[in-house]
Ligand binder design. Structure first.
Ligand code: ARG
Length: 628
């Protein structure tokens, strides 16, 4: 216990001075207001007026109302109770109607930076040790991947990395669409036509997929209408034939699916060839993209095929599902449409697989959080599936922890015409073509800069420029996916995304590369890294202070990202940090300061900013080249 006269420095480790200040204010509020005010949020915010304060607490106004007190008096009293603050801050000031203005002491800033460096950059480890499941990617076998799958990979990977950074075990679950009638239809068609599945390309598969769908699509309504409107006999005959053909195709595919389900080795081999072909194209794109996803993360729909009957039976036994017209459905009080979990012909559905998957993930993987990174258009599907599982109590780990089920529904990527992104020929843009373009544009951008004599990349061989260009181009795409509010659609504009200025991936990379250049120049001038690493921090100029205050927020930003599941917050933070570094660099000469004793402390601050930027870029899955 600290006595009021000799304030003890509150701990400034991990979450930084802001959380230490919050803790003191919480105690002071309790002391000022007594019972019922034990755990009040002190509403501490970075100050809008850095000339007056570093932080401000706005709690007194709201609390004064509740306690029928004068807000300024209450603010004064809280300040009097908060003597522990004096180890960290200059004497607090009460301003206006009752704002508490706080300014950190330079020594506290330096100490907090020391603690941050010693303590893993301020990252706070997650106390929950249950795994998190990130359901990402989930491409469909025999279908071309599209931009939506790309977004799922990019966003899912960033979230997974953020959890991993905080020490939480993560299961990246690639819930491949590798099972069910559509795939049986493709296989049925390809086998009938004697296609060689070992050499087939994804384009061929995609064509076969569409042809099989068209072939299997009966048009009974059209036939009926044709009869009703007395269409010509020719048209009616044509429609009759189409309907019969479609029925035959679907029946054939059904028989094939049953045989596959029963383990026919020939079919099993062919089915695996389809998966292999799809995965080759996927992992080829994944490699360029730098997303952490491999075959070890595959657990597709087929994995659950032997669990579907038991899943449905459990629903029936619990009385959560009921039979309706021969089908099995789960009804919800607050929505009209029930969730279908078994068709009247006994077949299972996409939803049935997802129910089985949730049960597996909570009960067997022990996950206390399951995050689905899937297109916003599947919102209703997940709402139904989550609620159905909650009714079954499947949203609990074996040790009884309530698991969060979350769908991060992301928006579409639009072309300049504000319609879903298409290629010039009007096809859906494939993942691969988009990535190739990004790499080429990045390369062009980097090459153009390298042509300037003073550029750090001047004289590098084209191979290296191409590699840097790839990092830049991919960062442009990924950052675009991560930096906006996820649910919003956004317009894909390569010119804007690839720019080294503005809120872009390449801008952040460039800020990092510029710090690397300064440190490299220091080394050229004979200043050893060991010299600045041991120099004491000195935070004196406003720009140094602004940069410091941002650096100290890093740990809290990372915690926030894993709680809110909003990567754009980390993006915004890194953008602010890059700007603060630029401002610092402009006003505080690093290698030639007016006072030479400031050189090493400034180099140390640069190095810390570099490490935070590199760390943050790494969590977003963006490369951090040292020269650009
Ligand atoms: N394969 C589906 C699609 O491409 C996405 C699957 C998402 N994950 C899931 N567990 N349902 O639309």
């Amino acid at each position: 216990m600290s006595s009021p006269m000799t304030p003890e420095a509150p701990s400034t480790t991990s979450a930084g001075p802001a959380s230490a200040i919050e803790a003191v204010l919480r105690r002071a509020i309790h002391a000022a207001l007594g019972r019922g005010f034990e755990d009040v949020d002190p509403m501490l915010r970075p100050s809008q007026r850095p000339d007056l304060a570093d932080f401000q607490s706005n709690c007194a106004m709201a609390l004064a109302k509740q306690a029928a007190r004068n807000p300024r008096d209450l603010a004064q009293q809280i300040v009097r109770e908060a003597t522990d603050l004096l180890a960290l801050c200059e004497p607090p000031e009460v301003a206006g109607p009752g704002f508490i203005n706080l300014r950190l002491r330079p020594s506290a800033l330096a100490a907090a930076l020391d603690a941050m460096e010693a303590g893993d950059l301020g990252i706070v480890r997650d106390l929950d040790t249950h795994p998190v499941v990130i359901d990402l990617c989930a491409v469909n076998v025999a279908k071309q991947m599209h931009v939506g799958h790309l977004r799922s990979c990019i966003i899912g990977d960033a979230l997974a990395r953020a959890y991993e950074r905080r020490g939480r075990p993560v299961f990246r679950e690639n819930h491949l669409g590798d099972w069910g009638l559509p795939i049986a239809m493709v296989l049925h068609r390809l086998r009938r036509r004697g296609a060689d599945l070992r050499t087939i390309s994804l384009e061929d598969l995609d064509r076969a997929y569409r042809a099989a769908q068209a072939e299997g699509r009966a048009d009974p309504a059209g036939l009926e209408a044709a009869r009703r409107f007395r269409a010509g006999p020719h048209r009616i005959a044509e429609l009759e034939e189409q309907n019969e053909g479609a029925q035959e195709t679907v029946d054939g595919a059904r028989r094939l699916l049953v045989a596959l389900q029963q383990g026919d080795p020939d079919l099993e081999r062919d089915w695996r060839l389809l998966i292999d072909c799809t995965l080759r194209a996927l992992f080829d794109a994944i490699r360029i993209l730098g997303v952490r996803l491999g075959p070890e993360h595959n657990r597709g729909e087929s994995f659950y095929r032997d669990r579907l009957a038991a899943t449905v039976a459990a629903f029936e036994q619990a009385g959560v599902a009921e039979v309706h017209d021969g089908a099995l459905v789960v009804r919800f009080d607050d929505r009209e449409r029930p969730l279908l979990i078994r068709k009247s012909d006994g077949g299972f559905l996409y939803a049935t697989t997802d129910l089985a998957a949730i049960r597996f993930r909570t009960h067997e993987l022990n996950a206390s959080r399951i995050v689905y990174v899937v297109d916003a258009r599947q919102k209703d599907h997940f709402r139904d599936v989550f609620d159905a599982c909650r009714r079954m109590g499947w949203d609990r780990t074996p040790d009884g922890v309530q698991a969060d089920l979350v769908h991060i529904g992301f928006g579409s990527v639009l072309g300049p015409d504000r319609r879903p992104l298409k290629t010039r020929s009007g096809e859906n843009v494939t993942l691969r073509s988009l990535l190739d373009e990004a790499c080429a544009r990045g390369h062009a951008e980097v090459r153009q800069r390298a042509a300037q004599e003073k550029s750090p990349t001047a004289g590098l061989p084209d191979e290296d420029l191409r590699e840097i260009g790839r990092m830049v181009g991919i960062a442009a795409i990924k950052y675009a996916d991560l930096s906006s509010d996820l649910v919003r659609d956004y317009v894909f504009d390569m010119d804007r995304l690839i720019a080294f200025e503005g809120n872009t991936g390449p801008y952040l990379q460039y800020a990092h590369a510029r710090i690397c250049s300064i440190l490299a120049r220091a080394a050229e001038e004979g200043i050893e890294a060991s010299a600045w690493r041991t120099a004491p921090f000195r935070i004196e100029e406003p720009a140094e202070k602004a940069l410091t205050l941002l650096l100290l927020r890093y740990g809290a930003v990372m915690t926030d990202m894993t709680r809110s599941l909003e990567p754009h917050r980390l993006c915004g933070y890194l953008f602010d940090l890059s700007n603060a570094y630029s401002a610092f660099y402009q006003s505080c000469p690093v290698l030639r300061p007016d006072d030479p004793s400031r050189r090493l402390p400034r180099l140390r601050l640069c190095d810390l900013a570099r490490r935070v930027l590199a760390d943050g870029l790494g969590v977003l899955g963006l490369a951090a080249p040292t020269r650009m």
